[in-house]
Design a binder for this molecule. Structure first.
Ligand code: ATP
Ligand code: MG
Length: 592
């Protein structure tokens, strides 16, 4: 959007999270400031807010802001509000509002109050009249283009608007008529009277209100004028009693204007401005907030602007906001990212004022670390090849006991069916093995995970010479618990019982972009040109019954294959659908 500054980050990727060595107690500069403020008695308690604009779905960058805003409040016994920054009526959509709330809760946080910037429109208008009466704001008739001409540049001061010296009476009259809807869009603005020569362009008599005859999702047609971001944001913070207003670095240059608004309006000293809110039943809780900036989360191989994520959806380049390849929180969730893995990412990355780009492997590493500890193990075959154990009777049926987790006995056990016909992974067999091969070859032996040692006796091919099945024998002395089970064998492979296994759709996802900097347009290309054609592959596999029974969103490690999640929307026990969340190892690092 146009009112808020754009962010950029251009440094080399960080493969090691900057704060990796930090002690469990979080010691970043923001928490230091909060600790000090409380120790000095500057505030009675901590209040923060997370203020998304409801013009799109939240993305992984927002996870950093959410964890910080809600996390700091919780750690210091304070509260955090969710405030929908809905000052820009044209762009907002209730679908986004619902998704934002869903995402914040999913990440594990809850808000003290759900607020809208539009809740404060009456108060903001009274504040605007107060500024006019104090001689701190004026109604300006310059067009948008003229305002730009008068503004000056980074090296040249601006010029005062010819309307700057209007009398208080005239300004008040015009502001009231703006509010009454007498003027067309863009005819006038209310501007702060600060300093057209300021080195900080944000202080060159910035607009506080603009005329916009547009219906608003919450206030309907009550307002033909809408407050500008800096004015609304600072005073929304003040009226909610926010003590620490945490935001990203691109707002640093706006801080003097933020402070100016808070000071000149002085909600704490002018409780009469709060009357419209008290009348609506809001509590009295104004404070003098302090804005503190931190660096954005940037991750290579991703795009993180709402605008670009929106384009991917509207142009059909992905399959919706929650496409598992998207870097929206909804997409990551559907991909199998857990709330704990994203909180871990934010902790590992840390909070600082240093702009940096985090390597994608840090994100994937957080998911692996979380799922390694928490995800039950299952067996699934994603490229099935039939193995027939010819020395077992046709009706052989067994149920083997498997641990759900190798390092966590409390995770319990499950039963895995085993019979004469099995599925194994096509890539676990090689007719002509490469050097160092440890898996199955003609005439060779391999251990079937948890079942015994088998020998490949015969390779069955179709008319085109394609391998369609293997015939083999199970060593009866190698069954679980037997002496022969400990016989030394080089390779162990996973398998799924062919009779009891359930056919499953398995979606193999990979990075959406094939280059580290999809935002880089220097080659005359855009992020659209860098979409990874291999980012989604769908295969037909088989899973053991205990995997098919999963609830949607249940994560597993499919042994030797990767971490997978039962698709949130499409999975059912009869027709299982699993998404690959992340491979077991970083295959991209191996390529590079
Ligand atoms: P985008 O630039 O992607 O459209 P935005 O900054 O416009 O996002 P907002 O809804 O205004 O989105 O953001 C809500 C809050 O989230 C703000 O406080 C903003 O600073 C923070 N935020 C947005 N992107 C990031 C990011 N990449 N890292 C950390 N915080 C972020
Ligand atoms: Mg923004």
């Amino acid at each position: 959007m146009s009112d808020t500054p754009a962010a950029s980050a251009d440094s080399a990727p960080e493969t090691r999270a900057p704060d990796a060595q930090a002690p469990a107690e979080k010691r970043d500069f923001i928490r230091q400031i909060v600790r000090e403020d409380l120790a000095q008695g500057r505030h009675q308690g901590v209040r923060t807010r997370f203020p998304p604009e409801p013009n799109g779905y939240l993305h992984i960058g927002h996870a950093k802001a959410i964890c910080l805003d809600f996390g700091v409040a919780a750690e210091f016994g304070g509260v955090c509000n969710l405030r929908l920054d809905d000052t820009n009526p044209a762009k907002e959509d209730p679908e986004f509002v619902a998704a934002i709330q869903d995402d914040v809760r999913w990440l594990g946080f809850d808000w003290a109050n759900l607020r809208h910037a539009s809740d404060y429109f009456d108060m903001l208008y009274l504040a605007a009249e107060k500024l006019v009466k104090q001689g701190d704001a004026f109604v300006c008739d310059l067009s948008a283009e003229q305002v730009r001409e008068y503004r000056g540049t980074l090296t040249e001061p601006g010029r005062n608007s010819p309307w700057r010296e209007r009398s208080v009476e005239e300004n008040l009259d015009l502001l009231r008529r703006m509010r009454a809807g007498e003027f067309p869009d863009g005819a006038r603005t209310l501007r702060a009277k600060i300093d057209m020569a300021s080195g900080n362009i944000n202080l060159r008599d910035p607009a506080l209100y603009r005329i916009k005859h547009v219906e608003h999702q919450n206030t309907g047609n009550a307002w033909p004028i809408y407050p500008m971001y800096d004015f609304a944001h600072s005073l929304s913070d003040a009226v909610e009693g926010i003590t620490h207003s945490l935001c990203t670095l691109e707002f640093e240059d706006h801080r003097p204007l933020y402070d100016w608004c808070v000071e000149k309006v002085d909600l704490v000293g002018h409780p009469e401005l709060l009357q419209p809110l008290l009348d609506k039943g809001f509590p009295r809780e104004a404070d003098r907030p302090r804005q503190i900036e931190f660096s954005r989360l940037n991750i290579n191989y991703t795009v993180m602007s709402k605008r670009k994520l929106t384009t991917l959806v509207t142009e059909g380049l992905v399959e919706g906001w929650d496409d598992p390849r998207m870097y929206t929180l909804q997409g990551l969730r559907r991909r199998g990212y857990t709330p704990a893995s994203l909180r871990l990412l934010v902790d590992r990355v840390g909070i600082s004022k240093q702009n940096s780009v985090i390597d994608f492997s840090v994100l994937e590493g957080c998911l692996r670390d979380d799922l390694d500890a928490s995800a039950p193990r299952r067996m699934a075959v994603i490229d099935p090849l039939k193995l027939v154990l010819t020395n077992l009777p046709e009706d052989h049926a067994e149920s083997l006991t498997f641990a759900n987790h190798p390092k966590d006995e409390a995770a319990g056990t499950r039963q895995v069916p085993f019979s004469r016909e099995l599925w194994i992974e096509r890539e676990d067999f090689a007719e002509v093995p490469p050097k160092g091969w440890k898996r199955l070859v003609p005439g060779g032996e391999v251990r079937l995970r948890g079942a015994g040692i088998i020998k490949c006796e015969e390779v069955i091919k179709d008319g085109d010479g394609r391998i369609v099945a293997l015939h083999g024998t199970l060593d009866p002395e190698s069954r679980p618990g037997m002496e022969g089970a400990n016989r030394k064998i080089k390779g162990t492979i996973h398998w799924v019982d062919a009779k009891a296994g359930v056919a499953a759709e398995i979606r193999l996802f990979d990075r959406l972009f094939s280059v580290a900097k999809p935002d880089d347009e220097s080659e005359g290309k855009t992020y659209r040109d860098y979409l990874n054609p291999e980012s989604k592959r769908v295969v037909a596999g088989f899973v053991e019954p205990a995997a098919a029974q999963a609830a949607p969103e249940q994560s597993f490690q499919f042994e030797r294959t990767g971490y997978f999640v039962a698709d949130r929307r499409d999975h059912t026990p009869d027709k299982p659908v699993f998404n690959r969340s992340v491979t077991l190892r970083d295959t991209w690092a191996a390529q590079a």
